[in-house]
Design a protein around this ligand. Structure first.
Ligand SMILES: Nc1ncnc2c1ncn2[C@@H]1O[C@H](COP(=O)(O)OP(=O)(O)OP(=O)(O)O)[C@@H](O)[C@H]1O
Ligand SMILES: [Mg+2]
Length: 150
């Protein structure tokens, strides 16, 4: 199954199976949408890179972690909305959001903590965006809402 991307005036609505091969196509559509906006585009290069990195981290979490151990193929929904000079991203999966209670940011005090190869996706996404909130959606899955000023 492929990714379904619907475009309206100021938003993109994305529905796709939990398949990380589709992330690149989503990133490209989001960047195209932002580039199509009217207004000064001087700062766009950095902001598109930041958004692509954050989207990669959050989409891969939704596609990999939410459906770990699940026998049926999962789905991921995303929405990208432009509000003035801010883009708001909402990413929903239909796994189990209870992990959020136990989540804590990675620490970088010891050598072991510094050299850990994983556990940094949310930390990175937070730093590349101008706001990131994690919560449960109506189906008990995870909803991540991220904002970026453009
Ligand atoms: N959508 C999700 N559904 C279920 N669990 C999640 C979800 N997103 C994150 N998690 C949990 O939070 C942990 C931290 O996520 P984070 O992206 O920060 O690191 P990671 O995915 O483990 O490693 P990486 O640095 O490769 O991203 C994950 O290991 C997973 O247990
Ligand atoms: Mg991750």
């Amino acid at each position: 199954m492929a990714v379904d991307i619907r475009e309206t005036g100021d938003s993109l609505v994305i529905h796709c199976p939990a398949d990380t091969c589709l992330i690149e196509e989503i990133q490209k559509s989001v960047c195209r949408k932002i580039l199509s906006l009217k207004g000064p585009k001087d700062g766009y290069k950095d902001c598109l890179e930041d958004i692509s990195v954050a989207l990669d981290e959050i989409l891969s979490n939704a596609m990999i972690h939410a459906y770990r151990g699940s026998k049926t193929a999962g789905a991921v929904d995303a929405e990208v909305k432009v509000r003035g000079n801010e883009v708001v991203f909402t990413v929903d999966d239909y796994g189990d959001a209870r992990w959020i209670r136990d989540y804590h940011e990675p620490r970088f005090n010891t050598e072991e903590e510094k050299l850990r190869p994983d556990g940094r996706g949310i930390y990175i996404a937070k730093r590349f965006m101008d706001g990131l909130v994690m919560k449960a959606n109506k189906k008990g899955g995870t909803r991540i809402v991220m904002k970026k000023k453009i």
